[in-house]
Ligand binder design. Structure first.
Ligand code: BTN
Length: 255
């Protein structure tokens, strides 16, 4: 079996060779009452979605394209904490499998040697202030070789295989991922965000650096000071004003 941990995440698996997006399938499963910890896996996505409306390349057989259903009883404004939790779990799983360091770029890109190897997309079903379900989409480049990426993409993206110099069993990586997510999630539900925040900060790539946060409403450059208890990024501009960043793309400006 795929996942033999003591927990319950991954007990219900919906696998399909080719789908538009695992997010859509997980969304309707969740609406129909699928239990927490259910996952949707595909070999290939033809319409994979990334953050901020972008497409996510999901070619057949090379990566992990997975959506996980969570049903946390937390207020809506705490949902960003979950995204950071998943990023920490994915970083730990990558380190366990490959022995390589996986840094987190706010909010939830995972970088090995400065290049993106995984991304996380958190989507919610909520009513008023109450969360019905959270669909966590995880995309991880596992066995792509450099030749699979265009020259442009190869500048910014990588895979476990490229960085680790060998191929990895996707099922094994998924097992570690689910194990890490489940154990952090339970610890979070019991003890709150404190420990997750520390773990996140210890793995953060952009903290203490001068960065530019770019969004549809404009861009701000300053020092990344930290994250709040709600998972919001704090950015101090050159006048000393601190901005709360809820959603943006982070760039490291060239000196
Ligand atoms: C990002 O970095 O922009 C987030 C990428 C998330 C991709 C995953 S792959 C599985 C799930 N299904 C999707 O369509 N997207 C997410």
């Amino acid at each position: 079996s795929l996942y033999t941990g003591k927990g319950s995440f991954g007990k219900k698996i919906v696998y399909q060779p080719s789908v538009k997006s695992t997010q859509e399938i997980a969304y309707s499963l969740a609406r129909d009452g699928a239990p927490e910890g259910s996952i949707v896996l595909a070999d290939e996505q033809t319409g994979g979605r990334g953050r901020l409306g972008r497409a996510w390349q999901s070619p057949a057989g090379t990566g992990i394209w997975m959506s996980l259903i969570l049903r946390p009883e937390i207020p809506l404004q705490k949902a960003p904490q979950l995204t950071l939790l998943i990023a920490v779990a994915a970083s730990k799983a990558i380190e366990k499998v490959t022995g390589l360091e996986a840094a987190i770029k706010w909010p939830n890109d995972l970088l090995i040697n400065g290049k993106k190897t995984a991304g996380i997309l958190t989507e919610l079903q909520a009513e008023a202030d109450s969360i019905h379900s959270v669909i966590v989409g995880i995309g991880m480049n596992v066995n792509q070789e450099s030749k699979h990426f265009s020259e442009e993409i190869a500048q910014i993206a990588t895979s476990l295989a490229i960085e680790g110099g060998k191929t990895y069993k996707r099922a094994e990586v998924i097992g570690y991922l689910l194990q890490e997510i489940e154990s952090l999630y339970h610890q979070y539900l019991q003890n709150g965000f404190g420990v997750i925040k520390l773990l996140w900060e210890a793995r953060a790539f952009s903290l203490g650096k001068r960065i530019t946060a770019r969004s549809v409403t404009g861009s701000i450059t300053g020092y990344a000071k930290g994250i709040t208890d709600e998972g919001v990024l704090l950015l101090e501009d050159d006048t000393g004003r601190v901005h709360s960043i809820y959603s943006a793309d982070i760039e490291i400006p060239s000196p």
